[in-house]
Ligand binder design. Structure first.
Ligand code: FMN
Length: 184
């Protein structure tokens, strides 16, 4: 199989974020021939339509990374039953200006960790709704929704749950197959 380049987007800027830990685990579990670059969405300004006439450099960089990626891997926390504003801000920036949606037709896979019992389920389904408008193609399964995150990561935010590592391995393999299938 040809090599694939994934772009990772993490919806938390927290230093010891559990979701950064999920992305780090994915980086360690990549199938052969797959690379994963993680975007710096903390560098993006708050979206402002007035800035579209003179797009900030950080936004240009992010849009280029999205365009260049074969598929997108998102790790999101759940904030107030939805995705965090920093993630939505990043999605909004790369979807613009109108007619230049960098996410158009991109395959994607979602995962998330939260301290709550539902492990980001509500946030992920909200996120899926946004991906419809972005015309992205998220994998249906496996779903990775890590509940009680404080019990499944160490104090530095590293994933310690072996079963979740297996799910991530399966997801990455499924994303590779899905990306190849969509490119035919
Ligand atoms: C503004 C805010 C809202 C939150 N809302 C939820 C929620 O709706 N459901 C949930 O399970 N956890 C919620 N939490 C707790 C997060 O699961 C927890 O902060 C988690 O560590 C965030 O992910 P991170 O470690 O990747 O930063 C919320 C946290 C914040 C800061």
């Amino acid at each position: 199989m040809e090599s694939l380049n994934l772009l990772g987007i993490v919806g938390s800027l927290r230093q010891k974020s559990y979701n950064k830990g999920l992305m780090k685990a994915a980086q360690e579990l990549l199938p052969t021939g797959v690379t994963l670059t993680v975007a710096d969405i903390g560098a993006l300004p708050l979206f402002n339509e007035d800035l579209e006439s003179n797009v900030p450099v950080a936004v240009q960089t992010f849009k280029q990374q999205v365009s260049a990626a074969d598929a997108i891997l998102i790790a999101t926390p759940e904030y107030n039953y939805s995705m965090p504003g920093v993630l939505k801000n990043a999605l909004d920036w790369a979807s613009r200006p109108y007619g230049d949606n960098s996410f158009d037709s991109k395959p994607a896979a979602l995962m998330g960790a939260s301290v709550g019992m539902l492990g980001t389920a509500r946030a992920q389904y909200h996120l899926r709704q946004t991906l419809v408008f972005l015309n992205m193609h998220p994998l249906n399964r496996p779903e990775i929704m890590v509940s009680s995150a404080h019990k499944n990561f160490d104090a530095e935010g590293n994933l310690t749950n072996e079963q979740t590592k297996q799910f991530i391995t399966q997801m990455l393999q499924a994303l590779v197959e899905w990306t190849h299938r969509l490119s035919k």
